[in-house]
Write a protein that binds this ligand. Structure first.
Ligand SMILES: [Zn+2]
Length: 91
């Protein structure tokens, strides 16, 4: 980040990829739920993953790769920009 300004504030926004939960469902788990309205047995799940070359069943939920599980995106923005952006909300 080029330090053009002296003052910065931290901008904190909800992560759009995981909707603030910090977790994403494993894509193959997602497929399993979509294709199977009734729950599968442990063995059926194992077989399902085997089809994709995955021998060990991974956790259903993975930490979001965008926000690293925090549910938020934080970045430094110049204070002047933050003031401009929020000015209408101040009055
Ligand atoms: Zn996220």
């Amino acid at each position: 980040m080029p330090y053009r300004y002296k003052y910065y504030v931290v901008k904190r926004e909800m992560c759009k990829k995981c909707n603030g939960s910090g977790y994403l469902m494993h894509p193959i788990w997602e497929k399993i739920h979509e294709e199977n309205p009734t729950s599968l047995t442990e063995n059926e799940i194992k077989e399902y993953f085997k089809k994709y070359g995955i021998l060990e069943v991974p956790p259903e939920w993975l930490e979001c790769d965008i926000c690293k599980g925090s549910g938020f995106i934080t970045e430094y923005v110049p204070l002047i920009d933050a003031i401009k952006e929020t000015q209408s909300q101040l009055t």
